[in-house]
Design a protein around this ligand. Structure first.
Ligand SMILES: Nc1ncnc2c1ncn2[C@@H]1O[C@H](COP(=O)(O)OP(=O)(O)O)[C@@H](O)[C@H]1O
Ligand SMILES: [Mg+2]
Length: 368
């Protein structure tokens, strides 16, 4: 997209800019067939997502840590005429994966519709520049195409975030687009037909309140891939460590993660509270109201990194993570506080090597 300039000091660069070198290196070695309009072959897209070393020695960093097969299924389905729906609890990298898929396949991840209860039909179709509409009457020049229409014209991917938060009648305007690959424009007595390469990646949480389930007509147009929570502690620690390290670099936080031990502890707390049982399977505990996802662990550790950098000794310790850990767990000030207190007293307190964490959390209580 040429109308979007890149500045070196943006807070967060788009995937296609952050990883431009990797994408170029992949395109150079990629000699496999590419579906129409794709920048890379499905093999190279998968390599970009999962990481590895290329034949020319270039290292590709892993973006998504998880099942290779899952990524292959997602990529393969985008090469068909069916759209892709990434489903999962919050924080399972649905948005992250869809951004990287669009960057690798279409070279741009910026065509995106954010689904909310107030998403209007114009966002999925087109709106009007009213000044021009009044001056000229309905014309192509007076139209304001939405991201989906622009993707259809460009033959690229478009992302629809949180599809199930969009009101059902608005959702259903996707049906014609996905089944007929055309967007009728009755005002101009014409239509926009999707160019080859057009497809949709939608994400949806399956544990959202107030969702509008997909109609069966719409659901049939999607291949669904469910993104799971990481199945082992080690895997989740690795995900958190990788992301926190790169976030810390991007934010230029002059602090050390030191060992993985602090991450391991935070991830253990999250996993235990999430599953309702301690890691040794001995003690059952209550779960708090919020989903304690990998993403929460990442933000707890990033906050810890910032505290350690600016107010601590530069290495993340218990006192740096305690505050945001408690904040992540206690979302409902009454119920969750009880859950957390119980966990603190029955689990954290009884682990001799967690004494510092127990003390840091207790200190927070008394200072409140
Ligand atoms: N399996 C995973 N591999 C890599 N990163 C992950 C994984 N799971 C979670 N994350 C990280 O969690 C963060 C939040 O993910 P996000 O895509 O916003 O979640 P969702 O859209 O599913 O709610 C991202 O920074 C992402 O890197
Ligand atoms: Mg998301």
């Amino acid at each position: 997209m040429t109308d979007i300039q890149t500045f070196p000091d943006v807070v967060r660069a788009h995937a296609e800019h952050s990883y431009a070198e990797e994408l170029t290196a992949l395109a150079t070695v990629d000699d496999r067939p590419r579906p129409p309009s794709w920048r890379l072959s499905p093999w190279a897209v998968t390599k970009y997502i999962l990481g590895g070393t290329l034949a020319n020695g270039v290292d590709i960093t892993p973006k998504y840590l998880g099942s290779e097969r899952l990524v292959e299924i997602a990529v393969a389905s985008l090469a068909t005429d069916r759209a892709l729906l990434l489903l999962g609890v919050p924080g399972t990298a649905k948005t992250w994966l869809s951004e990287h898929l669009s960057a690798a396949i279409s070279g741009s991840s910026t065509l995106v519709v954010q689904g909310t209860a107030g998403t209007p039909e114009e966002a999925l179709r087109y709106g009007w520049n009213y000044a021009r509409l009044l001056a000229e009457g309905p014309s192509r020049g007076a139209m304001v195409p939405g991201p989906v229409m622009r993707a259809m014209e460009a033959g690229s991917l478009v992302r629809v975030e949180e599809l199930t938060r969009i009101p059902s009648d608005v959702q259903d305007s996707l049906i014609t687009i996905l089944s007929e690959k055309t967007l009728p424009i009755p005002e101009l007595n014409t239509e926009v037909q999707a160019r080859k390469g057009f497809n949709v990646i939608a994400t949806a949480n399956n544990r959202d309140k107030g969702v509008n389930d997909l109609s069966s007509a719409l659901r049939r147009r999607f291949n669904t891939v469910v993104l799971p929570l990481p199945d082992s502690l080690d895997q989740e620690v690795e995900i958190v460590a990788t992301r926190v390290r790169s976030l810390g670099e991007a934010l230029e936080l002059p602090a050390d993660l030191a060992a993985l031990s602090e991450i391991r502890r935070v991830v253990t707390v999250m996993r235990e509270l999430r599953s309702g049982v301690t890691a040794d399977q001995r003690t059952t505990i209550k779960s708090p109201s919020a989903t304690l996802s990998t993403a929460e662990a990442i933000s707890v550790m990033t906050n810890g990194l910032s505290l350690a950098a600016h107010f601590g000794d530069g290495t993340v310790g218990a006192e740096d993570v305690a505050a945001s850990l408690v904040g992540a767990v206690i979302k409902d000030p009454v119920q969750d506080r009880v859950v957390w207190q119980e966990y603190l007293e029955t689990v954290v307190r009884n682990r001799p090597e967690w004494k510092d964490l127990y003390r840091a959390c207790r200190d927070l209580e008394t200072s409140n």
